[in-house]
Design a protein around this ligand. Structure first.
Ligand code: ADP
Ligand code: MG
Length: 449
């Protein structure tokens, strides 16, 4: 890419004077010669019934037809059956001791529970597949995938199963044979999801990667560090004024454990929400002692053990982002496959280098995730090539496509992983999470080493 943002790719830069769109010009000619726009009379239709999505955060009613999964007796060692090395996906209880809806054992492999007919899934994909099954299991798995139809089919809202069932169903659809495991890292990986551009997919990636990893047995904490509180909304965690939030931790030194909330419906996932109070933190932090390392101290003092801590940064390079960079060992940069995507990236990398030199020598850019890839455009291709040439193997092989299910999911207080696990958005985030987990297992990242 040139300094002025142009690409060498002739597919992107048209020669000067070239017809921008010969097809449309032809069409225009035709219209002129026929005396303007043809009059089109649309066929008469009954007005479509308008259906509003449920209010964000609204509780979803449990349908009368809902049949809870039967209790699967634990194996001889007390673990859920079919649990490879005791880490069955989605098998870890949310809160040992405290009764919850997850106290019915949930196996990570496609469980032998009668699957609630899900809106859009025709017919019911509920084969019993053993994780150890090879040929037969794989065939059954393929059948499951083939049978699954995403929500793009019109749905009836009243059929929606409750959140816990959605999570189980998500694992069933994303990982039908149970073969894919997301190995837990040896030490906590604190990942700062940063890019000072807004709308590039920071929050979407944080939420979906966190859910994907949590559904596969990792203990995950999401810290919402953006005053807009989008990550809190996406995980359906209350974050209205008055809710204890990350501001209290940064400014008033309240322990993170006191403000972290369990994410309903997703075992192993917690969220530290952000309320609008955080908007003032950027200024208030200026006069606070050790202002750059407030979040780092809070995370280090957290008594529970997490496999992953994702910090969703605001779209700026201010003190909040600096706090996230000081607290993390890894930076995950989502890059949107669009024309201006690489502009400003230098500034972010410079800031990361400064933080590494002065405040956090362990910090590294470990992961680049390409988001909102539109395969219909050559531009997306060109941006992908550019990013891969520049960042090499830091760029995940998995690329997140532009997918309408991804953008719809937050309005239902869900991640796309549970909202529509068969969509391309969900499967891509699943693959990205798997890559992140495998990389972490290969090269253990040392927080305390
Ligand atoms: P950021 O946190 O970087 O500001 P967001 O994650 O909030 O960006 O994403 C910005 C907007 O783009 C949101 O409305 C989100 O729903 C939408 N979006 C993100 N990723 C995708 C995707 N893969 N396909 C379609 N829409 C997306
Ligand atoms: Mg955001």
């Amino acid at each position: 890419m040139h300094d002025d943002g142009r690409y060498d790719d002739p597919r992107v830069n048209r020669p000067e004077g070239a017809d921008p769109d010969p097809v449309s010009r032809e069409t225009v000619h035709r219209m002129w010669s026929t005396g303007g726009h043809p009059t089109i009379h649309p066929p008469e239709r009954a007005p479509a019934e308008r259906r509003e999505p449920p209010a964000v955060g609204a509780a979803r009613p449990v349908p009368e037809s809902y049949v809870p999964p039967p209790a699967v007796p634990p194996g001889p060692d007390g673990r859920p059956p079919n649990a490879p090395d005791g880490r069955a996906t989605a098998s870890v209880r949310r809160n040992a001791g405290a009764p919850s809806r997850f106290d019915a054992p949930v196996t990570g492999n496609p469980p032998s529970v009668p699957t609630q007919p899900h809106p859009g899934s025709v017919p019911d994909p509920s084969p019993v597949v053993d994780a150890t099954a090879t040929g037969a299991g794989a065939i059954a798995a393929t059948a499951t995938e083939a049978a699954y139809v995403s929500r793009e089919t019109p749905t009836r809202e009243e059929d929606d199963p409750p959140l816990a069932m959605e999570a189980m169903r998500a694992v069933q659809i994303l990982n039908p044979s149970g073969e894919v495991t997301m190995p837990r890292p040896e030490r906590t990986r604190v990942m700062c999801v940063a890019n000072q551009k807004g709308g590039v997919g920071k929050t979407t990636s944080t939420v979906n990667l966190a859910v994907a990893l949590a559904l596969h047995g990792n203990r995950v904490l999401v810290v919402d560090l953006d005053p807009q509180g989008n990550a809190s909304t996406g995980l359906n965690v209350p974050h209205h004024t008055g809710v204890p939030d990350v501001y209290d931790c940064l400014i008033d030194s309240v322990p993170l454990a006191e403000v972290a909330q369990e994410v309903e419906g997703i075992p192993n996932l917690w969220c530290v929400p952000a309320t609008i109070d955080l908007a003032g933190a950027e200024i208030e932090l200026v006069s606070v002692v050790a202002r750059e390392s407030r979040l780092n101290r809070a995370i280090e003092a957290y008594p529970g053990h997490f496999d992953y801590v994702f910090i969703d940064c605001p779209p700026s390079l201010g003190l909040l982002t600096v706090n996230a960079l000081v607290a993390a060992q890894e930076v995950l940069i989502p890059i949107q496959c669009e024309y201006y995507a690489l502009e400003g990236l230098n500034q972010l990398i410079n800031n990361i280098n400064l933080v590494r030199q002065h405040l956090n020598p362990k910090l590294e850019v470990s992961t680049i995730l390409l988001t909102m890839y539109d395969r219909r455009t050559r531009l997306a291709d060109a941006v992908e090539q550019d990013v891969r040439n520049h960042f090499g193997d830091k760029v995940l092989q998995a690329v997140i496509p532009r997918n309408v299910r991804v953008s719809e999911a937050p309005s239902y207080g869900q991640s796309v992983m549970t909202y529509d696990p068969g969509s391309r958005g969900a499967t891509s985030y699943f693959e990205a999470a798997q890559e992140i987990a495998e990389r972490g297992a290969k090269e253990p990242v040392s927080r305390n080493a």
